[in-house]
Design a binder for this molecule. Structure first.
Ligand code: ADP
Length: 256
């Protein structure tokens, strides 16, 4: 049976997807990126090959560490792979917002997952998952819970620092002055969303809005983005796997 594998080596997580010829996901895996990426990738791919013993599954790599995947027949940019992945995951054109651990991107996606326009931020952590993660760690709250806590809060504190490092000290000071965790977290989410909206406004935006990346699993991001933009947002079933899924689809399409 024809199969294809996509591997997305992100700065925060490594994602692997194996699909069949109908683009159905047969296997998926996510793990945190380790310092020795080449060795980690070898190990992960080895496990997948063990699972599909005796089958020759072509691999396309993507993500910031894509060039470190020696087993890949080809590597493609995250923009190309995300556009392809979201088009087939949601079956629509539109504008994809991808928020990862250390970068964020907004991609206008055409038919068949072609890229019409895009913008990417990998210079400033304030528009990425890291912005929330640092604070969650500082507050000793699992990152999976911060969205719910933010949404429950009626109050919202404005975080005026636009840099993650400075925002962290601002938050420590807010906590020291007795500000509630919920309202601080809501303000923090607002800060990230304001930056993402700025990116949406800088591309040739076409609806619907779609969301991917690990941060898409945070419910507050979706809800607050909908509130801020006035558009409802479509979410794929596996938002964090969209890049790897797109890489696998390209591998199928190009018959590499
Ligand atoms: P990258 O591709 O850049 O490595 P990912 O798309 O895998 O990044 O996203 C990683 C980010 O997603 C991290 O900042 C992490 O905190 C966040 N994240 C992952 N799962 C969740 C979750 N359940 N709730 C909130 N944030 C999450």
């Amino acid at each position: 049976m024809v199969k294809a594998m996509g591997i997305d080596v992100g700065s925060t997580t490594v994602k692997v997807v194996v699909i069949d010829k109908n683009k159905k996901i047969l296997f998926k895996h996510i793990e945190n990126t380790k310092p020795r990426i080449k060795e980690q990738v070898k190990e992960v791919i080895g496990k997948v090959k063990e699972r599909f013993k005796g089958e020759d599954i072509p691999i396309i790599s993507t993500g910031y560490g894509r060039k470190l995947v020696e087993e890949a027949k080809k590597s493609m940019t995250e923009i190309t792979c995300h556009a392809k992945g979201i088009y087939y995951a949601l079956n629509t054109t539109g504008t994809l917002i991808d928020i990862g651990g250390q970068d964020s991107k907004v991609i206008v996606v055409e038919k068949y997952g072609r890229v019409l326009d895009f913008t990417m931020n990998d210079k400033c952590s304030a528009g990425t998952g890291r912005f929330l993660e640092n604070t969650a760690a500082r507050m000793d709250i699992p990152v999976e819970k911060i969205g719910e806590i933010a949404l429950k809060s009626e109050k919202e504190v404005k975080i005026s620092s636009t840099c993650t490092v400075f925002a962290e000290s601002e938050i420590i000071s807010l906590l020291a002055y007795g500000e509630e965790i919920g309202s601080i977290l809501k303000g923090l989410h607002r800060g990230l969303i304001t930056r993402i909206v700025g990116m949406i406004n800088s591309v040739a935006f076409t609806p619907p809005l779609m969301l991917s990346g690990g941060v898409a699993k945070n419910r507050a991001i979706k809800e607050m983005l909908e509130e801020e933009t006035g558009y409802s947002i479509k979410m794929p079933e596996h938002p964090q796997l969209i890049g790897a899924y797109g890489a696998a689809i390209i591998s199928l399409e190009q018959n590499i």
